[in-house]
Design a protein around this ligand. Structure first.
Ligand SMILES: NC(=O)c1ccc[n+]([C@@H]2O[C@H](COP(=O)([O-])OP(=O)(O)OC[C@H]3O[C@@H](n4cnc5c(N)ncnc54)[C@H](O)[C@@H]3O)[C@@H](O)[C@H]2O)c1
Length: 369
């Protein structure tokens, strides 16, 4: 199977390409298409990136090629890592999502239109760029909702599992459970989905109760806001101290605070983001069906706050080589249900200005248009 990476020379795109080749996810007979922007700096740098990857990994590299025109993007899996990044604010307030959305909506549309016109009709699109929910909404509108998944919820999920594993002193692969909602502050740690291999139900309930304390998600947004304020305070004079402070918090709070602090420190989360993306790609390319969390366009499959969701939301889904097929979410406890409903409303408010217009007919996976 072939992969195209849009925004290949960006911090995230470059990491994705490097890890794809280094970890030998693609056989030498597959093609990795590095996509840059014609006329921009990336249009030149993408040729250099290709040469650098060949220099480093020629023995096991897939066929590497370059595309500058969206119409030339050809792949079984298209990774969207192109577009602007939100610059973190020094006062800790959220970056201007509307401004970011305005710029990146144009990028999403350009590639969605080109893929709809020139693509095979069966590409799976993995959206990494932010706002990830908007990317999913725009791409799904043109390509059909089952072929498009945003990986923000998967990244949040892996972070949540890691923080739980660290606290329990076990390896991450022993921890299951998902984060849904909106990537960022409206991420929803779905504690009711947590599973720990080797523990029976009663042992798991006790372990989760110990990890959570008596907190519920009703107070989670306030906890996140207080955590950010505390971190800014400490980080002003002691960055190491700020990261050490995070270690003292419960796993769900750490899962949000640590990457936020990483951005705030001036570093980016490109390596972790790329690694989580490769994780998803590996599955899709391998032909397996697995359950992941991802931002997808729902059409009433999930009911939160008493109303079916029609729009983008991060939820656990079954993902395979032809896209995602179904949602796997049992009835939720009231606090998770309420937070997911709030996240769905926030996503709808953020996407609506950019997604009014006709949607593509929903094509079930495996049915070619
Ligand atoms: N979903 C996540 O978990 C997650 C995590 C980190 C970053 N991100 C997002 O990924 C995106 C990229 O982040 P980054 O740090 O690599 O940014 P970056 O600025 O380093 O790179 C962006 C790249 O996109 C390219 N680009 C812009 N418009 C393009 C177009 N029309 N066609 C082709 N290329 C184009 C730029 O030339 C640049 O190379 C951002 O939107 C960021 O917010 C997402």
């Amino acid at each position: 199977m072939d992969v195209a990476v849009l925004g290949a020379t960006g911090d995230v795109g470059r990491q994705i390409c490097t890890q794809l080749v280094e970890r030998q996810v693609l056989p030498t007979t597959s093609r990795l298409q590095l996509v840059g922007r014609p006329g921009g700096a990336s249009g030149r740098a993408v040729h250099g990136l290709r040469a650098d990857l060949v220099d480093a990994y020629d023995e096991h590299a897939p066929v590497l090629d370059v595309a500058l025109d969206p119409a030339d993007v050809v792949a079984d899996v298209v990774v969207v890592a192109a577009g602007r990044t939100a610059v973190p604010r020094s006062d800790g307030l959220p970056a201007d999502r509307a401004e970011l959305a305005a710029e990146n909506a144009a990028v999403f549309r350009a590639y969605a239109d080109a893929l709809a016109e020139h693509g095979s009709g069966s590409e799976v699109v993995v959206v990494v760029s932010n706002p990830v929910e908007l990317g999913v909404a725009v791409m799904a509108q043109r390509l059909g909702r089952h072929r498009v998944i945003g990986m923000g919820a998967w990244l949040d999920t892996l972070r949540f599992r890691r923080e739980i594993a660290v606290q329990l002193g076990v390896r991450r692969h022993r921890v299951g459970g998902f984060v849904g909602g909106q990537h960022g502050d409206d991420a929803v740690p779905l504690w009711s989905t947590v599973r720990i291999s080797g523990l029976d139900v009663a042992e798991r309930r006790r372990a989760v109760a110990r990890l959570r304390g008596d907190r519920t998600l009703a107070t989670f947004p306030a906890e996140v806001a207080a955590a950010k304020a505390a971190l800014l305070d400490v980080a002003a004079t002691d960055m190491a101290g700020a990261f050490a402070l995070i270690d003292t918090w419960p796993p769900d709070l750490r899962a949000l605070a640590r990457p936020w602090m990483t951005h705030q420190s001036g570093a980016k989360t490109a390596t972790g983001t790329a690694s989580a993306t490769i994780d998803l790609l590996d599955t899709v390319l391998d032909g397996r069906d697995i359950v992941v969390a991802g931002q997808v366009v729902l059409d009433g499959e999930v009911t939160v706050g008493g109303a079916p969701v029609s729009g983008v939301l991060g939820v656990p889904v079954v993902l395979g080589p032809e896209g995602w097929t179904r949602v796997l979410l049992d009835p939720l406890p009231p606090d998770e249900d309420a937070r997911l409903a709030q996240a769905a409303a926030a996503i709808a408010a953020g996407c609506d200005p950019w997604t009014s217009g006709p949607a593509a007919p929903s094509v079930p996976p495996g049915v070619r248009r």
